[in-house]
Design a protein. Structure first.
Length: 140
């Protein structure tokens, strides 16, 4: 068994979201209280409920509903809040404040619309012009 946890990132996201991913993981994994709080979010779900929810998220993004009617949006808001607390604890230990890197996630959660949904809206509003989505994924 490996003694490390390998985390995979997104293949291609704009830089603000690229930086959000490691900040989220640091906030969740480098603090025992944050790890516990994150684990408790779905601790009572069965494996089949977790798998079903994963499929719902793939189809409905943040509108997906899990057991008891909790939405992916609600869970994501809770998770980012937990990560912010974890980053505050990390800041106390390391002196590094990485919390601003979570702001792009908060922007998505405040609107309830994923980057993909925003891009699709822009594409449809443009009449199908592919250049209408460039601003969402422009990296340079």
């Amino acid at each position: 068994m490996k003694r490390v946890l390998e985390l995979r990132g997104a293949d291609m996201v704009p830089p603000p979201l690229l930086y959000a991913m490691p900040a989220l993981w640091v906030g969740l994994l480098y603090d025992a209280s944050a790890r516990q709080a994150a684990a408790e979010l779905t601790a009572r779900w069965s494996f089949s409920e977790l798998v079903r929810f994963q499929g719902e998220v793939a189809r409905h993004a943040l509108r997906a509903k899990g057991p008891g009617g909790v939405t992916a949006l609600e869970l994501a808001r809770d998770l980012v809040g937990i990560a912010r607390k974890g980053l505050a604890a990390w800041r106390q230990l390391s002196g590094a404040d990485e919390s601003a890197h979570l702001d792009p996630l908060s922007d998505i959660l405040d609107s309830g619309r994923t980057l993909a949904e925003r891009a699709l809206d822009a594409y449809k509003a443009s009449g199908g012009d592919p250049t209408s989505v460039l601003r969402f994924w422009q990296i340079a």
